[in-house]
Design a protein around this ligand. Structure first.
Ligand code: CAA
Length: 397
């Protein structure tokens, strides 16, 4: 359990010796094992299975999952500290870590029954299998409740027969297990969506086209096509019709993960920029002596620190939620909105400070810039985050 200090309304967690040890271990691993391969995997788009497996052995694929279900049994702060360090080394790795932890494992932890947890949470939390979360369809992204895919209970009442096409599934090309949201009662709209646990090695599960992406290129993303996939009724997560609320509740956790990813990318870009400003010479001295560079450094640093505070605020709200079941939708959306916009600002300024070298693949700066862009889009665009925040403040639905 993290300790708290109050600072105005925001809650700031205190790092315990365990957090500091985790941070040191993840930073060490990420800098030694991930940084050296990041550019190569970005270029090839290959999924970094070896490093993901090693992170599984370190307990990083199920950080908040209790040890009895194969996880590390740590808290929400441990999760974001891990995300900061992994994203600082490579955003692609952090995407895989994020979906596995905050979307897949978190959903099962909150909504699966005991048998489902033993069978489907344990191997993913332990890093032996890879989990995915599948909500989006070709014609339903932000309007997540408007789905074309269907699950129909068979006459015997033993299986749901699933048909349809899901898109933008993170880790889709390699996932062993997928948390799938699909319509069981279309006439009920959102209240007719149900959640299922799907096994990728069963008939009727087909991996579709892999997305050619601007950034996070080593985090494989694909369509998944269901063609009369027979899902046993035991694999329904929660009750029929609970799917939309499960999807949304889990995205609250996911959005803290993406905020942390944006933070890590921005910190890497910022640190490189400070080094460059101190060493790059122009007009007879380091470029950091010029006020126009100093202004960039000051604005980058200030936004990075503000973003970290919003992420910590969301972490504390998530811990509160574990105690009393309250929602932390607002805190998660504010953190995700601010951190992702901050990461775009910081990586753009980092390219500008590095100028030609920032635009060249000889340095990681251009990769940070490309990778940061997705954080304003996935797990809810900036526009959706603003909608969620404003509706909350105005009491609207
Ligand atoms: N927690 C629990 N319940 C929630 C909730 C939350 N965070 N958000 C909404 N709900 C509940 C509401 O209380 C409501 O329940 P009742 O009807 O019982 O009152 C119900 O869900 C419907 O809510 P809304 O009326 O607010 O739904 P909406 O359709 O107006 O819009 C939305 C909601 C915020 C726009 C939502 O659709 C949304 O977040 N869209 C973006 C989807 C998204 O983030 N997609 C990314 C997918 S994952 C991904 O990117 C790929 C990947 O693998 C990383």
């Amino acid at each position: 359990m993290v300790a708290m200090e109050h600072a105005g309304q925001a809650l700031i967690p205190t790092l315990t010796p365990e957090h500091l040890e985790l941070q040191r271990a993840v930073r060490n691993f990420a800098q030694k094992e991930i940084v050296p391969i990041a550019a190569e995997f970005d270029e090839s788009g290959e999924f970094p299975l070896d490093t993901i497996r090693k992170m599984g052995e370190m307990g990083l694929m199920g950080i908040e999952v209790p040890e009895e279900y194969g996880g590390a049994g740590m808290d929400a702060l441990a999760y974001v500290l891990t995300m900061f360090e992994v994203a600082r080394a490579d955003a692609s790795h952090s995407t895989i870590v994020s979906v596995n932890n905050s979307l897949y494992c978190n959903a099962l932890l909150l909504f699966a029954n005991e048998e489902q947890k033993q069978k489907y949470l344990r191997p993913v939390a332990a890093g032996e299998k890879i989990g995915a979360y599948s909500l989006t369809e070709p014609m339903s992204g932000s309007d997540a409740g408007n789905m074309a895919s269907r699950a129909v209970l068979n006459d015997a009442g033993t299986h749901y027969i699933i048909n349809g096409r899901k898109s933008w599934v993170t880790s889709g090309p390699v996932a062993d297990l997928v948390l799938l949201f699909t319509m069981t009662e279309p006439e009920k709209k959102q209240k007719g969506i149900s959640a299922f646990l799907v096994e990728a090695d069963k008939p009727g599960f087909m991996r579709g086209k892999k997305e050619p992406k601007l950034g996070i290129r080593a985090s494989a993303t694909s369509e998944i096509v269901y063609d009369n996939y027979a899902c046993p009724v035991e694999n329904l997560i929660g009750k029929p019709g609970d799917g939309f609320k499960i999807a949304m509740a889990v995205l609250d956790a996911g959005r803290i993960g993406i905020a942390s990813q944006a933070q890590g990318i921005a910190e890497a870009a910022y640190e490189a920029s400070v080094d460059y400003a101190k060493t790059r010479q122009a007009f007879g001295g380091p470029i950091g002596q010029f006020q126009m560079i100093q202004q960039k450094i000051a604005d980058m640093k200030t936004r990075i620190e503000a973003s970290r505070l919003l992420i910590y605020n969301a972490v504390m709200a998530k811990e509160r939620s574990k105690r009393d079941g309250s929602r932390y939708t607002l805190e998660a959306s504010m953190a995700k909105l601010f951190a992702s916009e901050m990461a775009m600002f910081v990586t753009d300024e980092a390219v500008q400070i590095h100028a030609g070298m920032g635009y060249s693949k000889e340095m990681p700066i251009e990769r940070y810039y490309r990778d940061a862009r997705i954080t304003r889009i996935y797990e809810g665009t900036s526009e959706i985050q603003r909608m969620v925040i404003a509706r909350n403040e105005l009491g609207l639905r």
